[in-house]
Write a protein that binds this ligand. Structure first.
Ligand SMILES: Nc1ncnc2c1ncn2[C@@H]1O[C@H](COP(=O)(O)OP(=O)(O)OP(=O)(O)O)[C@@H](O)[C@H]1O
Ligand SMILES: [Mg+2]
Length: 337
């Protein structure tokens, strides 16, 4: 097995005001394969940025070490850093310079010269879809464009390993789409290994070959999405939007009793009445969520029972177990704020 990144008992502590220590990262043993997109998923403050900063050589570990392509980041930092392209969480660009000038600057910083730097800049501009806007000053670019340029700056030297720290935070859906496609392209066409952090479950799910779920400085679960969801054995969820008329909470309680006896395999149900603050002409729907082992199998019987009880079904979604459910099962908390 070719490991691109290995951390060994990697830790970072900070002193607290009361004299105790906080483990921002706690004895982390993480292994990332060559050529994979590894998603590091965790809520705010989980330790994602601290991990990336340490394995980039930007932050000194309190203890432990990380190996990049076999080179220790603390003992052989130059050899290790040569393999890394780092796209930081904070945008680091020169606002008064043009898009192209910014990229050229970073290229020269990586030691690229002459024709080579211009060739790479052209390549990166195409990759981040900014060729047509390369002459614009960065300060006039949108947030989404700045993020894409930030990515371009981090990968100009074609590093085999790329770290991206929450690259889609606070941007428009179109730029977000482009960034996700760029990440896949870097893996599929450049053969790059990508370590990608996010607190968005959907992004980790879409992109990652493997996911590490991080919380309080530790990896609490690691594997492919299928492995992770299987491990906690969460049920499917049937989510119904229910018309408001004729569905008081008392009636819905009766409906749930009928469902429980009529349909095998339901573990529990949650009914949320229509939310009153919803204005407009149409009355808002209530929501009934049915948790069951075999969502699609149970669906016809659930619909039949609801219809017979006079419940007006406006929409239904069948949701399979996801990383959100895994996080909830492991921590008792929701991943989203
Ligand atoms: N310089 C510092 N001094 C003290 N505590 C710090 C410092 N940097 C980080 N921490 C703490 O370490 C923990 C991990 O922070 P980190 O920035 O790595 O989290 P994160 O997962 O990147 O979160 P986010 O999603 O908000 O970016 C947090 O509790 C944070 O408060
Ligand atoms: Mg962070």
């Amino acid at each position: 097995m070719d490991w691109m990144v290995q951390t060994r008992e990697l830790s970072k502590t900070y002193p607290r005001a009361d004299g105790s220590v906080e483990y921002a990262v706690n004895n982390l043993n993480l292994e990332i394969r060559q050529g994979e997109i590894f998603g590091l998923l965790g809520p705010n403050g989980a330790g994602k940025t601290t991990t990336i900063a340490m394995i980039s050589g930007l932050l000194r570990p309190t203890s432990g070490d990380a190996y990049i392509g076999g080179h220790s980041i603390t003992q052989q930092p130059l050899a290790a850093k040569r393999l890394i392209g780092y796209v930081p969480q904070e945008i680091a660009l020169y606002p008064e310079l043009s898009v192209r000038q910014n990229l050229r600057f970073f290229g020269q910083m990586y030691g690229l010269g002459g024709k080579e730097v211009d060739r790479r800049v052209d390549e990166v501009l195409a990759l981040i879809d900014m060729t047509g806007r390369q002459k614009e000053r960065v300060e006039t670019c949108s947030g989404g464009m700045k993020r894409r340029i930030n990515i371009g700056a981090g990968i100009l030297h074609r590093p085999p390993l790329i770290y991206m720290d929450e690259p889609t935070v606070g941007i428009d859906p179109q730029s977000r789409r482009r960034i996700l496609d760029t990440v896949k392209l870097l893996r599929d066409e450049h053969g790059a290994t990508v370590l990608y952090t996010t607190h968005l479950m959907e992004e980790a799910q879409e992109l990652s070959d493997r996911v590490g779920i991080m919380d309080h400085g530790e990896i609490i679960a690691l594997g492919t999405q299928a492995e992770l969801t299987q491990r906690v054995g969460e049920e499917d969820r049937l989510e119904f939007e229910i018309g408001a008329q004729g569905t008081t909470e008392a009636q819905m309680a009766q409906v749930q009793t009928r469902l429980q006896t009529a349909v095998a395999g339901i573990t529990h149900m949650v009914y949320t009445p229509p939310q009153a603050e919803n204005r407009g002409d149409q009355s808002p729907p209530g929501h009934l969520t049915v948790y069951t082992r075999h969502g699609y199998g149970a669906l016809p019987k659930v619909i039949q029972t609801l219809s017979e009880a006079g419940v007006q079904i406006q929409a239904v979604h069948v949701l399979e177990p996801d990383l959100e459910a895994v996080f909830l099962a492991l921590t008792g908390r929701a991943l989203r704020e």
